[in-house]
Write a protein that binds this ligand. Structure first.
Ligand SMILES: Nc1ncnc2c1ncn2[C@@H]1O[C@H](COP(=O)(O)OP(=O)(O)O)[C@@H](O)[C@H]1O
Ligand SMILES: [Mg+2]
Length: 250
């Protein structure tokens, strides 16, 4: 259930590396947050695990097996990976129910039905709207659907690209609650790219900060929350956003 990324170089155009020697270990059943400015290579990191971008150097192992041995279109099943991209992660014209079924397209009919029912029971908000078009959902419901769809095949690893982007504060809170609860219930390892540093680190074990294709900082979540550089970049320069350093009456 672990993901090991060892010194990878990857990019879209020959001679233009976007990831320049990135190393990350995601331990079994941990949640790891990836922070970093726009364009620093966070999405590319997730895509390199999925095989949507080619790795030129280094390697990625999932549960100790090299992903590069498996063609990209088979990786999801072969390595038990669930991936929720940053944009266009649901089929808008299709219903909630249909979106879930598509997520389970490779399951047998009976498994697909059972899993769809199970996930709708777990997410009552989706169940209420199960016949509604996905593009009629609120942002929070849509992300919930995108994640639930990725869970259809019971992946042991979940890769999420900025799931809280554009959500209301209440929906953001609900989303991180959902992640923490998924880890417990599904026994899954989660690598999540986020801009909401404080909330994401709060449910994470570790975090890292990418800058121009390299890992600039890497540490356990409480340490990163306390780190001056992280708080300046992501927490509006308010180090007392964490209980550990909170000062009363400020
Ligand atoms: N499909 C693509 N083709 C060429 N360059 C790309 C492509 N996708 C992303 N890039 C470039 O790779 C760099 C990193 O992008 P990305 O991984 O999306 O960053 P982040 O997710 O951290 O914002 C950017 O300079 C971006 O322009
Ligand atoms: Mg991105």
């Amino acid at each position: 259930m672990s993901i090991q990324i060892r010194d990878i170089e990857a990019g879209y155009v020959a001679g233009v590396p976007i990831l320049k020697g990135v190393g990350v270990t995601v331990e079994d059943r941990s949640i790891v947050t990836v922070l970093g400015p726009n364009g620093s290579g966070k999405s590319t990191l997730l895509k390199s695990i999925m095989g949507f971008v080619s790795i030129w150097r280094g390697e990625v192992a999932v549960d100790g097996e090299l992903v590069t041995r498996v063609p990209p279109h088979e990786r999801t099943l072969a390595h038990s990976l669930g991936y929720v991209p940053q944009l266009d992660n649901v089929f808008g014209p299709l219903s909630v129910h249909e979106n879930l079924e598509i997520g389970g397209a490779r399951l047998s009919r009976s498994e697909r039905r059972a899993r769809t029912r199970e996930l709708l029971r777990l997410y009552p908000r989706l169940e209420e709207r199960s016949r509604a078009r996905a593009d009629s959902l609120s942002g929070g419901e849509r992300q919930m659907l995108a994640i639930a769809r990725a869970l259809m095949t019971r992946p042991r690893h979940l890769l999420l690209d900025e799931p809280s982007a554009g959500l209301s504060p209440a929906a953001v809170e609900q989303l991180f609650g959902m992640l923490a609860e998924i880890r417990e219930r599904e026994d899954v390892t989660i690598l999540v790219v986020e801009q909401n540093a404080a909330q994401s680190l709060a449910v994470s074990d570790r975090g890292l900060v990418m800058v121009t294709g390299e890992v600039a900082l890497d540490g356990d979540a409480p340490t990163l929350l306390d780190d001056q550089r992280v708080s300046e970049l992501y927490l509006g320069g308010v180090p007392d956003a964490t209980p550990a350093t909170a000062s009363r009456g400020a």
